[in-house]
Design a protein around this ligand. Sequence first.
Ligand code: GLN
Length: 492
Amino acid sequence: MTDLTALTLAEARDGLAAKTFSALELTDAHLAAMEAARVLNAYVLETPDRARAMAQAADARIANGEGGPLAGIPIGVKDLFATEGVRTTACSKILDDFVPRYESTVTAQLWRDGAVLLGKLNNDEFAMGSSNETSCFGPVINPWRRSGSDAKLVPGGSSGGSAAAVAAHLCLGATGTDTGGSIRQPAAFTGIVGIKPTYGRCSRWGIVAFASSLDQAGPFARTVRDAAILLRSMAGHDPKDTTSVDRPVPDYEAAVGRSVKGMRIGIPKEYRIDGMPAEIEKLWAQGAEWLKAAGAELVEISLPHTTSALPTYYIVAPAEASSNLARYDGVRYGLRVPGDNIVEMYENTRAAGFGPEVRRRVMIGTYVLSAGYYDAYYLRAQKVRTLIKQDFENVFAAGVDAVLTPATPSAAFGIGEKAGADPVEMYLNDVFTVTVNMAGLPGLAVPAGTDAQGLPLALQLIGRPFEEETLFSLGETIEQAAGRLTPARWWA
Ligand code: GLN
């Protein structure tokens, strides 16, 4: 039999429907691949028994003609999503061995549609990071290597485990969350597709909160079509999340292959940043050419507040994080380190439970929200955020259908390379992605080529609110032109 882990999600779906193989066979093939790839550290928890039971249930439903849109499709779940009865840690020591008694809405919808849980995927602690190096379970290794080198590279972050697992064929798709780039940047670093939907498209209920006004769930997959299939199951209104939007979920897959003729694509001049590698410039120009060849029209645009996005993000996100993380006090969840009195217990627990990056964010957030500094930092950042949003509204009002940018300012970097004394080195990685979260827009990362060292590079498409379909059509056009990228398997 062909290698079942090499199929796309759409191919696996069709093979299951045609009974070419069973859901159990498909799941077993993935469990074996996971076992052989433990060196990548993508999964922080494997759930083989649950996976086989879910696969068998899917086989029974398929046999009765009752299989849902994802019946028997094995996927991985970022460890930020609460999974009922399955340990959920946000890759932080502070959650310890926390086992939720409830299921996040997004994952509940995936199981409703028949998907199979293979396990929980590694991420930066509380999704704070761009390299997966802040996880309490240790870093994830990117399945990609520079040609002629065996140096270990980061998969990006914070959803590094999700990206590595999909790229290395350890699942057919995975969930991620994106607060400032955590789906798009790791997708770019591992040569796969990732989409951050419009804020409000997917319910945040049951996802460990980082910065609630920016957090959004979305899928990782190896093709644009597969990402579209997953998003349809993940999206939808949820009364349990007041920011979730009540609008019908389109058949995103139908947008894949749709003509992009006549679409107006904005090329923002502010994204041509100083020191951008020539390879990224070239990739961007190539992407624009591909869309033009498919009948789209390119227009030079300006998003003047772009340079303020990163500093603004690093006020808003830590502010919200410091508030959200106040709940981890040793009383209700996970870790508790005793003290002589309750205040000491809080202090001991939080000092032992949070890693250095999380502590830094809590301190910055507390500072910018404190009485004397609130107006100068937090309130001001909120105003700048509005300006960033208005930049996009203006170009969309002028008839632009989507914006094309590079996804990241570089290819994957080495483990330890940017985790040094200056955290800003790491923060700069999100320069092209945070704007999209600040404005609440959908953003898709799609592989578009490789650099001189053979590492994947990606482009980002940014759309109007709730126009993910446009991104899928444009993304597939780039995918068709660029071809898909698969890492050489060195780990097994
Ligand atoms: N890298 C960014 C941060 O550290 C974004 C992370 C994310 O999107 N969750 O905050």
